[in-house]
Design a protein around this ligand. Sequence first.
Ligand code: B12
Ligand code: SF4
Length: 631
Amino acid sequence: MTHGHMREAQRKKTMDMLHTQKDIEDFLDDLFPRRSIKKVLLVNPADSHSEMFRYDTAKRKRYSSYPPYGLVVLAKNLRDVEVEVKICNLNHEILKKCYESESSENFDFDEIWQNLLDQDIASFQPDFIGITCMFSMSHESLKRVCMWVSNKEIPFGVGGVHISNNPDRVLEDIPIIPIAFFREGDSVVKNFVGAVNRSVGIENLGQMALNSGTSRMHLQNESVPDKEEIDVIPAWDLVDVQNTSKYGVIGVFQHLLPPGTRAATILSNRGCRADCSFCSVRALNGKGVRQRSITSVVDELELLKDTYGVSHFMWLDDDLLKDGKRAIGLFNEITRRNLNMTWDASNGFIAVSCTEEVISAAEESGCVGLNVGMESGNPEILKMIRKPGTVKNFLKVAEILHNHERIYSSLQLMVGFPGETMGMVMDTIKVALEMDMDWCRIAPLQPLAGTPIYNSMIEQGLIERDKEWRDIRFACGPFGKQVEIELGLRLATLNFEEAFSNISLDVVPTGEQITDIWFYMNYHLNFHRIFREDRPLKIEQQLMQLEYLNDVIAPENGFALYFTGFLQYKSFGKIDASVIERLSQKLDSSEYWQDRFFAFGLSCDDLTTMEFSNRYIPRLLPKGYTKSLVA
Ligand code: B12
Ligand code: SF4
């Protein structure tokens, strides 16, 4: 039997365990001999583990530092049933300690989180510990926290997107987890505490697995929180919201915010009307959208502003614009209450809902940045992935956004869908160039467990199910593969020009070619287009974006330095010597960047001669591509 087959057999054995109400009672009796939960400690593990965490990256505040929104929501629900709650945000504390440390020698990642967790457990004496995990990439961090907590003889459980998407695999790899909760936990935790405390019948338990190590009971009841249940203001007093954004990044529009801006997040709607085949939102939130009342949302913003001094927020919503009238009502209410906050929609808007009326109201209410989800410019791919919107819609939205220059508008793209040929990718590049948005956020497809595309790719043998968690890395972001390539920690194509120009239009690119195609798209859609930018406000925004890339997001990126130089030349007629010096050092010390600069016809000398000879003609095209790339 192969390893994979053994796991499959184990999965079947544990999943199918039949149980009676008495089995559940016995399980709870064993775990909670006093049958009492009065205090719950909620834990947010660090996003990464010690070997993945890079001190320098954290020091320049590049990692994400979000308030643990899921936990503040759960805390509010637990308080409603008289449970005392404490939140231990290990991700935040690690970033804070790194920021405060004088050097990496005085910084011990594991010691920091273990001590903090121990202190909270000792001082709070919880009856139950709930641990969250959002990303598969954070599995190892979750595992280490679970192992640590399992020595404390306090019952614990885990929940969140990662666990919901991979229930059995998580329990197989961390069998000491007694309880795994799935999907939205709002009502689930209340029923769970009630069942343990014998104030709620155990027949109400659901969305969880009770795991004894040798057997597992899956409790199937669903209690999706309804409109009233989501209409709550989370327990913000339990987290250090004043300082969260001080140590890291919230959203993708930080470059637009004045230094020191206090930022937070807010969730208004649950779920999404669409069902894109690569997205795991439906698996977590079910079908459709549940909308929170406008009053409750704006009350929460007022609280964040007045009590915690937050002046910028990011919507966590997957489909904020589901109902255009409501969205306009929401934005107008923010304007009417004169909150004087800015906001961004880093998580993206659905293109068809971005009408002139909606975008005007958004801008008026403080929107400074938004993403539009497009993913592909090829109609066949759009249909296959079930993306809402057509090429015509996308072009129309771009036209609307061009009338709102104050909003920095970006486009979300993906590459590497099954069956997607190089020719289809070129369609995406063409449409994106025509849309001429301020930035494109391009992600190679990462099939996520629990999504339709993941299942179909497993069936087609395109991916393996049992990949080790440790090997799971998303392509982009601070822990992503691309950063490692640019830092020289991962292998890269040696001769980019040769490799790229040999990709024919009718082939479906390999994984390695996708990395090069991503690079090509990033150059053309984000950097080369800057040569054509003439609008003064946009030049100002792009300079802020590039400087933020140079200092925080990607100091390893040669293009960001080159185009900072170009925009300085365009704005002021001269270029800072420090920019030229940094670029020259980078090119001298990196064969990778020398090769890429050569491939795109760029040179550090362009910044001293101030002649940008490759300004109009993109030098590199895939094999057989005869159309013009310039829009
Ligand atoms: C904000 C966000 C981010 C933020 C980080 C947020 C953070 N650390 O808090 C940032 C920008 C960093 C981010 C990045 C990415 N993200 Co993201 N992100 C989200 C988003 C939009 C909102 C998360 C959120 O706060 N939701 C609201 C709260 C209330 O929900 P929640 O935390 O899930 O909590 C509820 C339940 O899960 C449950 N629960 C949670 N914990 C616990 C614990 C217990 C004990 C119990 C009982 C219950 C419970 O109860 C809560 C209340 O109902 C979600 C989509 C979504 N709507 O969830 C995607 C999502 C989580 N992201 C996703 C993806 C794909 C990514 C990226 C790969 C994108 C990219 N291409 O780069 C990267 C990867 C980041 C990395 N580490 O490498 C995927 C899933 C990822 C996965 N399965 O691994 C999601 C689901 C979106 C999607 N399109 O499919 N993301
Ligand atoms: S529109 Fe966005 S959130 Fe909705 S299903 Fe598609 S990718 Fe997911």
